[in-house]
Structures are given as C-alpha cells and as structure tokens.
Design a protein around this ligand. Structure first.
Ligand code: BGC
Length: 247
C-alpha cells in the first residue's frame, strides 16, 4: 500500500464496486471488484459488503465510500433508492466499526463530481458546472469556480408533476423499455428546467448511462454544452477515494 492509495467504494442500487485508487493520479491500481447490492439493502447487509470488499483487497488503509443519499458528517438523511432503515444511521461510524478501518462516506454524485472536476471532463472548468449521474436514481453535483455545493438533490425537483428521477433515471428507461428518443425527450425537458434555475456553463453526464454516449448524446438538446463523464463508471470509485484523502 503506497502513501496516496485509498480503497474507493461506490455503493449503488444494484451493485457495489470497489478498487484501490492512486489519489495523486486518479488511476485505479487494481481491477474493479463488484458485489451485488444485497436486497433488502439494510445498513447491516451493506456493512457486511464493505467488510467483504476490504477482505477482497486485503486492505488495511483508509476507505472512501460514495453513498446514494444525502450524507452529512457521515449521517444518512434520505433514502430514495435504498432501504428506509438507513435514515438517521451514521454510515461512517457503522462501516468504520465493521471494518476496523477509517471510513469516509459522502453522497455518490458529489464524489463522482469531484473526480470529474479533478481528473476528467470538468478539469480546469471555472464556471458553473452541473454533473448529473443517471443510474438507479438521478444524482447531481454543482460546482462553481471548482468548488462543490454538497448534497444538492436536483434529481428530486418536480418534472411534469412528479419527482424528476422517476421518469428520467436509467432504471426507469430500462424498466419501462423506453426507446432512446422517448427518454431523451424527457431528459431534454429536465435539462431545460435546470438551465432555467442555474444558467450553468457546462453539463457533465455521468453514472451507468455514460458508458454508452453514442446511444443518446446526439438526441440531447440544450443551450448549455453537454459532455459525457470522462471517467465514466469509475468516477464514483475514484471520487470516493479522493474524498477520503481530502478529509
Ligand atoms: C438520491 C441521491 C443520489 C442519487 C444517485 C437519488 O435518489 O436521493 O442522494 O445521489 O439518487 O444515486
């Protein structure tokens, strides 16, 4: 284990992915390891997966986790796509106790955003940048002058009378078998709403969807420039490690 290496873990609705990250370069220094998210995804069940992950990498150093909810100082406040029993659980304390290691837990979109701003599509971007992760839910991270405004939940603003993520997430696209045109029509409305609220300089699209930009990028329309996340699905792992390093 070298000085800058941290085990980054991306806790998602369907899979929990981990790898050792060199936080100085943003490179993964091991292969990714994926474990299915247990169902129900209770605090005890997820803590057990974090223990398994540390064991897999024979890890004894610090761990950073991206978590799909509002997290303040390790405490989980919301539970849209995770088990309701997470609310008011201190994930940082739970995972630290379970592994016996120092664990940092931060919102998943925020960590992905930090990774993209440092090593990926947002590098040297000074204006207002909005990273949108499209996966099981919709996560957002907003930056101005490279600084993050943490725990923004703009996947939950109202779009056509419902919580936005219910109609535009990748999980909805797959579940309702939406073709790319239909999904993009909805997503364009969402982008227009964010534009009206924030007047951003750049949108970065991340999450599971960013693995296949050729399927949808040409269908997206907004005044603001849109680019896919450069670190693609690794942004969550890299950003989780980066956050642990900074803390
Ligand atoms: C949660 C966010 C999270 C996003 C992506 C949303 O449902 O409320 O906190 O960042 O999903 O996982």
């Amino acid at each position: 284990m070298k000085k800058d290496e941290i085990l980054g873990i991306d806790i998602g609705g369907s899979g929990i992915k981990g790898a050792v990250v060199d936080t100085a370069t943003g490179e993964l220094v091991t292969d990714r390891h994926r474990i299915e998210t247990p169902q129900p995804a209770t605090p005890e069940a997820i803590a057990e997966v974090i223990v398994q992950m540390a064991k897999h990498f024979k890890w004894k150093g610090d761990i950073g986790c991206g978590f799909p909810a509002v997290v303040q100082a390790g405490l989980v406040y919301t539970a849209s796509n995770i088990d309701a029993s997470w609310i008011n659980i201190n994930a940082k304390k739970l995972f630290s106790k379970a592994t016996g290691l120092k664990v940092t837990v931060v919102n998943d979109a925020d960590v992905a955003g930090l990774a993209e701003m440092k090593f990926g599509a947002g590098k040297k971007q000074k204006g207002v940048v909005i990273l949108i992760t499209v996966g099981t839910g919709i996560g957002t991270a907003i930056f101005t002058q490279g600084e993050l405004l943490p725990n923004t939940e703009f996947g939950h603003i109202e779009l056509n009378g419902d919580i936005a993520e219910r109609s535009i997430s990748d999980a909805t696209r797959k579940r309702d078998e939406l073709n790319w045109e239909t999904w993009a029509l909805r997503f364009n409305e969402y982008l227009a709403l964010l534009e009206k609220l924030f007047y951003p300089d750049l949108f970065i699209l991340g999450g599971g969807l960013s693995k296949k930009p050729e399927k949808f990028l040409h269908l997206l329309k907004s005044k603001t420039k849109i680019i896919p996340a450069k670190l693609q699905n690794n942004a969550g792992i890299v950003g989780a490690a980066l956050t642990a390093k900074q803390k």
